[in-house]
Design a protein around this ligand. Sequence first.
Ligand code: S5P
Length: 260
Amino acid sequence: TDRKDQTFESRISTTNHPLSRRLFKIMLRKKTNLCVAADVATSQQLLSLADQLGPHICLLKTHVDLMSDFTLDTTQELKELAEKHNFLLFEDRKFGDIGNTVAKQYSGGAHKVVEWAHLVTAHALPGPGVIEGLASAAQDQERGCVLVSQMSSVGALTSNEYVNGCSRLAENHTYFVVGFVSQSSVSGDSRFILFTPGVQLEKSVDGLGQQYVTPRAAVLERGADIIIVGRGITQASDPVATAITYKHQAFSAYEERVAG
Ligand code: S5P
């Protein structure tokens, strides 16, 4: 049976990736398939969002390179909040270079992403080397990557051929790839988790190419397992209440989907 029709519970045993298993278990225990994109400028804002929204999310997605004061102390506090509220850390670095370069970017630089982020995003454009490079830098730590298969923005260049190439690449590297960022059901393989950004409570656009669908449409029409929501929550007047609304809509859409 297709990925979309299977419960997270039944999918746990189909994957050997320890982080996929952890993520399925977190989603079931907390009844949330919401990932918040905390695209904020300061560590204080990031940590405050992580603590407030922590109970309602399975994943916290970051872009640490847009922060003005990010240090390794911030990562220590993030790790503690992730443990306190039982969510995973997801750095949206979109690695997209040759293996040797991404291995150094992942483990080095100012951000030392491999030391604190459970998951990272990567573009499949370079081919298998990008995954092999990241995996080599992860060594024996429990780490994984999500391949960007399709994008939410207007005019994205991800053709069907590219999307199919991403799927083949993932199938050949299941020890490291946990799933895809996508806008449609790019894979029926129950091992892979589909993450869908471009989600707000109303269908809309942002003026710089971003396109939004509703949580229900993301899960029921576009095949999302996890919805990624940024400004819809972070810029709301009450981010916690708003996160709860997204959580309920996305999780009940998931329950409806698997109930068939
Ligand atoms: O196709 C994509 C892939 C990603 S990871 N479209 C996206 O918008 N994203 C990310 O999701 C983007 O970088 C941002 O962090 C988040 C969406 O944020 P929002 O404020 O538009 O909800």
